[in-house]
Design a protein around this ligand. Sequence first.
Ligand code: ZN
Ligand code: ZN
Length: 87
Amino acid sequence: MARRIIIGGEVKVGEWDLRFPELEEKKTCPVCSFEILEDDQVFECPYCGNVMHMRCVEPWIESKGTCPICKRPLSKESQGLAEGSQT
Ligand SMILES: [Zn+2]
Ligand SMILES: [Zn+2]
């Protein structure tokens, strides 16, 4: 009756390796340039991967609908569905 435990089944090893050292680094919010703490609610842009305080980006996303860093279209409700925008 062996129990199989799969650790990190969906995490690619390469990806994990890349991300792990990042956690040790101090991250700074590119919007307010204050440090991002573990307790902070953060937003990670699906396009550029920048991590910023939710409280910093929320008003921006609400008014502009874009990422403040890479300026790609975002919407709070449909994160990740923002592709295929027409102008
Ligand atoms: Zn911030
Ligand atoms: Zn971005």
